[in-house]
Design a protein around this ligand. Structure first.
Ligand code: GLU
Length: 471
């Protein structure tokens, strides 16, 4: 049974890279009929916040990535929050000590820092060994620790040998002998370090595959050494390449929105975001780009995940979001746009009318937020004053009168009415139509005029023509 996990640290909002990692794990699990576990890595007490954890869960759900086990729903391998597993890390750290694979360190942080500085000043990487710390473990020091209620930190004894890793994405990766020294696995306050907690959890949660960002590749050598120390088989591990901005630099705030929360607020649809994220480093064998979640699940395979960095292209995301907006069910679109209307002071006549407005402007929208700029004139009267030729002015005013006195109108009636006014006069038709559009919308382009008139209604249309031509 395939078991994968997404293991975010609740120290911020879910960003593009994290969401892509979650998605690849989800697709992999679902493709193989396996399980997708959500584990909260909150051992960085100072930076972890409950609000971020809540937001992570909310955002994953919004994206449609449901988990089979997690902090909210439990499961047979819980708890799923690392802060609730401290006793387990203690037990496993002590196990490594008893096996001679780890050791206790009685040095204070500032003493360790001194050793570090000394090594660095000798141009040596700070590769600790057991010998560095032995002298601190005096009877006096142990007594001091006991008096202060402190416990020794525990360090892992890193084997000095070459470690070869077969990466699911990157292929063979060789970590040469001595590239890493000993490192802390349990701090003296009982909190584990990331590498240790991750190994203990992946082992106990029976994780079979790890898919994560390649910023974790340097950690893999430490993790593999710990599996060996536990005499456990490591999971298959794959590192997905970094996401770069369009300028080729690591994707960051400078490139605009990077958190999924921001995309949501800007009116991107979860279907589009998920589809777009899937293509950041993965491609379907048939090169298809627009895919539903089910399609992605059936086509996903780790061998089609690219070794090369993926480029985040906002233009493509906009195109894709526009596609999903245009093909979306009317009622659903009305439902999605509604929460935005208030903030723009847009008051729709009713939901049927709103659906019609959406219908005529949606080709011009990439995001839900674009509605504000492409449909504003349907809700708010533009402040327009125009000077037009006498003939056009007369024709426009006749139009206004005729519309106002019409009892029942439909689109054909509007088309015929306007045409008959233009046809019966000697005027510049182009000037007439652009002026009419501008008077009604305050813009030089937009939906078909007949749609604008029909949806504004005869009264409002007449009012806008008259007011705009006044004085
Ligand atoms: N908590 C780690 C992170 O957010 C998880 C890394 C892993 O998947 O092993 O980067």
């Amino acid at each position: 049974m395939v078991r994968v996990r997404f293991a975010p640290s609740p120290t911020g909002y879910l960003h593009v890279g994290g969401a892509r990692t979650a998605l690849f794990n989800y697709l992999f699990a679902r493709h193989h009929g396996g399980q997708f576990v959500l584990r909260i890595e909150d051992t960085d007490i100072a930076r972890s916040e409950k609000i971020f954890e809540e937001n992570l869960l909310k955002t994953l759900s919004w994206l449609g990535l449901s988990w089979d086990e997690g902090p909210d729903i439990g499961g047979s391998f819980g708890p799923y929050r690392q802060s609730e597993r401290l006793h387990i890390y203690r037990e496993y750290a002590e196990k490594l000590v008893s096996l001679g694979k780890a050791y206790e360190v009685y040095a204070y942080p500032e003493e360790i820092e001194k050793i570090r500085e000394q090594l660095l000043s000798q141009d040596e990487a700070p590769h600790y060994t057991r010998e560095f710390f032995e002298s601190f473990a005096t009877a006096q020091r142990k007594k001091e620790y006991a008096e202060k209620g402190l416990r020794p930190a525990i360090y892992f004894s890193m084997p000095r040998k070459t470690i070869v890793h077969q990466d699911l994405v990157k292929g063979t990766v060789v970590f040469s002998e001595g590239s890493v020294g000993d490192f802390a696995i349990l701090r003296s306050n009982g909190v584990p370090t990331y590498n240790f907690a991750c190994v203990v959890d992946d082992m106990l949660m029976e994780i079979t595959h790890v898919i994560r960002g390649d910023d974790h590749l340097p950690n893999t050598v430490k993790q593999l050494a710990m599996y060996e120390a536990f005499e456990a088989t490591p999971p298959n591990i794959g590192h997905v390449s970094t996401i770069l901005g369009p300028d080729g630099k690591k994707l960051s705030k400078r490139h605009g929105a990077t958190s999924i929360e921001e995309f949501k607020a800007q009116g991107y649809l979860p279907e589009a975001v998920v589809n777009y994220l899937a293509l950041l480093g993965w491609s379907s064998p048939d090169a298809k780009e627009i895919m539903s979640m089910d399609e992605m699940i059936s086509k996903f395979s780790i061998d089609r995940v690219s070794k090369n960095p993926a480029i985040f292209d906002p233009v493509k995301l906009n195109w894709m979001n526009g596609h999903y907006l245009r093909t979306m069910d009317q009622d659903k679109l009305v439902q999605l746009i509604s929460p935005f209307l208030n903030s723009w002071s847009f008051v729709p006549k009713d939901s049927h009318w709103l659906a019609q407005v959406l219908q005529v402007v949606k080709d011009r929208m990439h995001t839900l937020k674009d509605f504000q700029t492409v449909a504003d004139f349907f809700f708010l009267r533009p402040q327009v004053k125009m000077l037009v030729s006498e003939e056009v002015k007369e024709a426009l005013l006749v139009c206004a009168e005729k519309l106002q006195s019409a009892s029942q109108i439909d689109k054909n009636y509007i088309v015929d009415l306007i045409r008959s006014v233009v046809k019966g006069r000697k005027l510049n038709a182009k000037e007439f139509y652009t002026s009419l559009r501008y008077l009604l919308t305050g813009k030089n382009e937009g939906p078909e005029l007949v749609d604008v008139v029909y949806l504004l209604g005869t009264e409002e249309t007449a009012k806008r023509i008259k007011m705009g031509l006044e004085g």
